[in-house]
Each structure stands twice: as C-alpha cells, then as structure tokens.
Design a protein around this ligand. Structure first.
Ligand SMILES: [Zn+2]
Length: 154
C-alpha cells in the first residue's frame, strides 16, 4: 500500500510539471535513471551504489541506494525532511539514542531535519531504499557506525 503512496506522489509530481520540465511516467522511471555511481567511501562503511532518478519536479530529488550486506551510511543528519522507503531486502534504521529498527520493503520512514541517524543493510541481506528529499537538502556527515552500534539490533 505504501508503494501506492509513492506512485501517487510521482503522479502528483507529473501533474505539477511545467511545460519546460522533463517529465516521465512511473512505468519508465527506472529506465530514466540519470546517474548511477558508487556512494562516496567517506560517507559509508562497506559498499553501496546510488541512482538518481528523474522526479518530474525541479525541487525534488529521488534516489535509489543499493547496499551490500553490512554496508551502512555514517551517522548523519539532513537540513530538510528525508523520506525513506524500503524497496528490496532488509535494512536497519536508527536515530541517535533510539533502538535500531528493521526496514522491510514498503516501510516508510520520515526523518525530520536535524535528527541524527543512519540507515543501511543488515549483515544477512542486501538492501535497497528510495530516498525523497528537497534539492535544497544538505547532509552533515558525522562518525562511522561502530561494530558495537551496528550489532545492537535485538
Ligand atoms: Zn539519512
């Protein structure tokens, strides 16, 4: 059901397109990935790669991040709201001072601005998620998630 929210949101984006914007329909969005690159190693433990998708809106950035098992972003926070939607595999999400949460396909997490957190794959599974945020978003990278923190899921 949450996937439908994404489709709806993309459809809404299409309706909001201006004539001079590059608009795509949701069926072809994966064919319209405009960029596929390795996630910068100074922001992650392990290996992940990232595709930036055309959103149909100039102010919105949609990215798909694919983590290898055990790969996870460093602790970080955003200047703008981040919406995270699990797409394949099983991942982790944790806010500073809170328990680690499992993220399954279609799980949606809204990360408020300035909240210190990390996301990544479990040790047993690859994991992919979609990230949606404003192009005005800035990320402040902090320290790596330690093995002890990473192993803290119970
Ligand atoms: Zn984040």
């Amino acid at each position: 059901m949450k996937k439908w929210l994404l489709v709806f949101s993309l459809s809404s984006s299409l309706m909001a397109c201006q004539p001079d914007e590059a608009c795509v329909d949701t069926q072809t969005i994966n064919e319209n990935a405009i960029e596929a690159k390795q996630v910068p190693p100074e922001t992650i433990t392990g290996f992940a790669w990232m595709q930036t998708l055309k959103s149909g809106r100039r102010d919105t950035l949609i990215q798909e991040v694919h983590f290898e098992p055990e790969a996870r972003h460093y602790w970080h926070y955003h200047s703008e709201l981040e919406t995270l939607i699990g797409t394949t595999g099983t991942g982790y999400y944790q806010e500073k001072g809170e328990a680690i949460r499992l993220v399954q396909p279609e799980d949606t997490i809204k990360v408020k601005p300035q909240v210190v957190h990390w996301h990544g794959a479990t040790a047993a599974s690859r994991f992919s998620h979609t990230l949606i945020h404003s192009k005005a978003n800035r990320v402040v990278w902090l320290t790596p998630v330690t093995e002890r923190e990473y192993d803290g899921y119970h």
